[in-house]
Each structure stands twice: as C-alpha cells, then as structure tokens.
Write a protein that binds this ligand. Structure first.
Ligand SMILES: [Zn+2]
Length: 397
C-alpha cells in the first residue's frame, strides 16, 4: 500500500519531466510512411530510454522506421551513482506501443503543441506519444524508488502500427511469447477505461472479370463485370451481423472503362471486423466461397483479417481485475470497454498472452484535429502502470 503511494508521489513529482518528454516526442513528427522523420523521433526516444537506464536495441527496417526494443533487467543502485547492478530475471512483462502517427510532417503548424485549459494538444499526443512517456515514467518510478519489479521489463516501441504493423508483427509476437503479460499504452477509452476487447479487422479486394463487348452492336456477347460485382456486393453486405459484432462494409468500388463498352473489369474493397475468432473464420470462409452468378464471369476475393480479435477471455478479465484493484488503492475508478478499432494488442492477445490495452493517456481526438490529452491525469496513469507492474511481481515471487 505505502509502496503504491511512493510510486504515485514519485510520478506526481515528475509531472514536468513527463510533459517535457511528451512535448519533445510530439515535436519530432513521425508519419509512418516517412522513414527519415520516424527515425528522427526514434533516435530521440532511444536516447531518452538509455538515459533512464534502458538497454536499447534498434531493430532496423529498410522501408519503414526502425523499431526499438528496450530492456530493464537491472536494479539502479543509487549508492554507485546509478551504475547498473544487473539481476537477471526470468519472467517478463512487455510494455507495447508505437511512435508513428497518422499526421504528415508540418501538421504541427496546423495543430500547434499547446497547453490549454488543462489539456495538451498536438499531433500524435493522444495516439500515442503520451502513452510512451507514461510507460517510461512508470519504469522510472519502479527503479528509482528502490523497488524494481520482480519481472524483467521489456518495452517495444514500433514505427508502423498505423498502417497495419507489417514490419513489426513478428517482433511483437516473438516478444509477447516471452512475456507473462502485455500492457499496451494505446489511448484509453473516454474517462480512462481500459480496452478489454477489440474487434479483429482486415480487408478484402474483390476482383471481377467479365467479357467486354460493344454495348450497342453486340451486347449479348458481353458479360458485365460491374453487374456481377453489384450482385456480389449484396451477398457481401448480407455477411454483416452487428449483433454478433461482425461488420462488413464495401468501402470502395470501381469498374468499367468507357461509355460504349460492357465492362470486363470491376473491383471493390471491403472492410471487415469481427469480435471473436469464430466469427472471423466464418467471414473468411464466406469470402473464399464467393462464386459468380453469371457463369461467364470470374470472381476472386483476396485478403483476410490482418489483426485477429482481442477477445475478453478469462485471463484478460483476471488481469483487468488486478488493474482495477491497484487503481482503487490509488483512488482511481477504473472501468473497461470494447472498441471496433484494432491495435498491436490484437496480435499479443491472439497468442493467448493476457493483454490489457488502453493503459495510455486520457484524452480525445485520436486521428482528429482536436487530438489532446488531459494533463492532470498523466502522472497518476503512470503510477497505475507502475503499480500494476509491481503488484504482478509480488504475486509471482
Ligand atoms: Zn495507436
């Protein structure tokens, strides 16, 4: 109990450090598709992680920004000036998040970094540079108050979450398999609620090929790909079952070349979401089974679920209850909720590793112009993360 207060006091005392860290990261704009910009932000983040005692390993990538793996498996001994006395730990906790954002370089001019009415505004502040800083302060609190966690603490900060994590997924999954639990520092739900369920998500491209013919001279020889796609879209829409958490939506379509030609090509892009693995498998099977109504056409669906669902399993519930207990001792009321959006937590949860998501900042406006975090809630959020890490350690030792 008193240890929790130590952590909370430490975090509250480091409020300016926390804000300065967030502001520095936000100033280094880092759109996923701009490797140079993302790497600049990553280099600053790596330097700061090193400064707080993390052993940083860069995971180099060619086409995307480099990812950062950071390990804290030592106790900082103030007696020898902060030199690291290493104690190998076998059990591991993973803190997970990303430092890429959806905003282009220059967005800072349109969304200036500003502290207004208790809110810190800026591109990427909520999703999720504040979350990274919260994780860093939680780690500092544990090590600098002389009560390092029983677990090895590993952080993975990646650079391509906003476009599907193609170059980080393997690293995330490898690290998760080595971990007892995963805490994802993505933004919280309104009021600070954690995300104990996320839909799995993916997309399909449906490609229809027909037979071109002159629309006036010999229309009977044509097989319209556009007409066939229209039939297919009705079938695809029928897969939606919101009661079961399944959403299936055609989000783009195109077809045809000229005004007097029966179109021989058409395509559609479909966004798919599902709350559980069984429903996701049903959707995948349905797309595989799409077959032409006009036998002269050809229908093909390419794609699938990029992120499996984060399901609210018993393990997730148990972990959430532990978090709520820690929060209660810190005077916080912690709720939970579900979201249709995916994160890298979907990957770790699907491996069966207990995952709590949404442990990052309170605020609003992810991917929106009013993006901000609530300043007063930041230090206590770090205390919650630190307390949770510390409490899990007690349980296992
Ligand atoms: Zn995010």
């Amino acid at each position: 109990m008193s240890r929790l207060y130590d952590l909370q006091n430490f975090c509250r005392g480091e409020r300016e450090w926390l804000l300065e860290t967030i502001e520095t990261l936000v100033r280094l704009e880092s759109p996923t598709t701009d490797k140079r910009a993302v790497d600049r932000c990553g280099a600053e983040l790596a330097a700061r992680l090193d400064a707080i005692g993390g052993r940083v390993t860069t995971l180099p990538r060619i086409e995307r920004g480099d990812h950062l793996r950071v390990e804290f498996d030592h106790a900082v001994d103030p007696a020898d000036g902060g030199r690291h006395a290493r104690h190998e730990r076998t059990r591991q906790i993973l803190l997970l998040g990303h430092f890429d954002t959806v905003w282009p370089v220059g967005q800072l001019d349109r969304m200036p970094l500003a502290r207004i009415d208790g809110r810190l505004h800026g591109p990427g502040v909520f999703d999720m540079k504040a979350g990274i800083a919260i994780g860093m302060l939680a780690s500092r609190a544990l090590f600098e108050t002389g009560a390092p966690p029983a677990h090895r603490l590993v952080m993975l900060w990646t650079s391509d979450e906003e476009i599907g994590s193609a170059t980080s997924r393997t690293a995330i999954e490898d690290e998760a398999r080595r971990s007892d639990v995963v805490f994802v520092l993505e933004p919280s739900l309104p009021g600070g609620a954690l995300k104990t369920a996320r839909k799995g998500c993916g997309s399909y491209e449906v490609i229809v090929r027909g037979i071109a013919a002159h629309a006036g001279i010999e229309p009977e020889k044509g097989a319209s790909a556009v007409q066939e796609l229209a039939h297919q879209i009705l079938r695809i829409n029928a897969l939606q079952d919101l009661g079961r958490g399944v959403s299936v939506n055609v989000v783009q379509m195109s077809g045809g070349l000229r005004s007097n030609v029966i179109p021989d090509q058409a395509r559609a892009v479909v966004d798919v979401r599902a709350s559980d693995a069984a429903a996701a498998a049903e959707v995948e099977a349905a797309f595989l089974e799409l077959s032409p109504i006009d036998p002269r056409t050809h229908v093909e669906a390419r794609g699938g679920f990029d992120r499996p669902p984060l399901e609210r399993t018993d393990k997730v519930v148990t972990l959430f209850q532990q978090a709520r207990a820690v929060a209660r001792q810190l005077g916080q009321d912690l709720a939970e909720g579900a979201t249709g959006g995916g994160s890298d937590g979907n990957f770790t949860a699907a491996l069966g590793v207990p995952t709590l998501d949404g442990l990052g900042a309170l605020g609003d406006g992810a991917h929106a112009l009013h993006e901000h975090v609530i300043i007063d809630a930041l230090p206590d959020r770090a205390a919650l993360v630190a307390g949770l890490i510390g409490t899990l350690g007690e349980r296992h030792t």
